[in-house]
Design a protein around this ligand. Structure first.
Ligand code: ADP
Length: 162
């Protein structure tokens, strides 16, 4: 049984994240999407909402699980018995930070293997930050996020825009 962990802010989940986790779910027995709840990372959506949206968007894929953690990813990976850490790469700009994070995690927990999945070209420009910015300004984000995320943003974000 090979368990993978896919950590991230997912603030909110985008089609880019969803594509990565769907592909990972075909490679590993189980993939745990781990929402980072560290107070130092100021998120727009609460951990509970981010988890709810991931759960709704991944129903029908039984080997995708959802959790959350605070602290080090490697500690959570140990607790959850994960052998693989998944990260997505969109562009060269992601690479430098991801490389040093993977190397640091290797020092901290040598048994955990980081695997990078390359973003599909059509998703490589999507980020949670730009999606929120467009939604706040009243733009249509339906092609960038799964339907439950779109509905949530329309309900809670556009209305709150100044
Ligand atoms: P973090 O705050 O940890 O970077 P994110 O939620 O932004 O969390 O992203 C989680 C992971 O998903 C990261 O590995 C990131 O590179 C990857 N990712 C983000 N957006 C995309 C995308 N559009 N396509 C593929 N991977 C993505």
């Amino acid at each position: 049984m090979v368990r993978a962990i896919y950590p991230g802010s997912f603030d909110p989940l985008t089609n880019g994240h969803l594509d990565i986790v769907q592909r990972a779910s075909q490679l590993f027995d189980e993939v745990l999407m781990a929402v980072v709840g560290n107070p130092s990372k100021s998120a727009s959506l609460s951990v509970e909402v981010r988890k709810m949206l991931i759960t709704q968007a991944t129903t029908g894929i039984p080997n995708i699980k959802v959790g959350d953690f605070q602290g080090l990813t490697v500690d959570y990976a140990k607790i959850e018995n994960a052998q693989i850490l998944i990260r997505g790469l969109r562009a060269i700009s992601d690479f430098e930070a991801e490389l040093s994070m993977a190397q640091m995690n290797k020092e901290l927990f040598p048994e955990l293997e980081t695997i990078f999945l390359m973003s599909k070209a059509e998703y490589s420009f999507i980020s949670s930050t730009t999606v929120k910015e467009i939604a706040r300004l009243g733009g249509d984000v339906s092609q960038f996020v799964p339907p439950p995320v779109h509905d949530y943003l329309q309900e809670h974000f556009t209305r709150g825009a100044k």
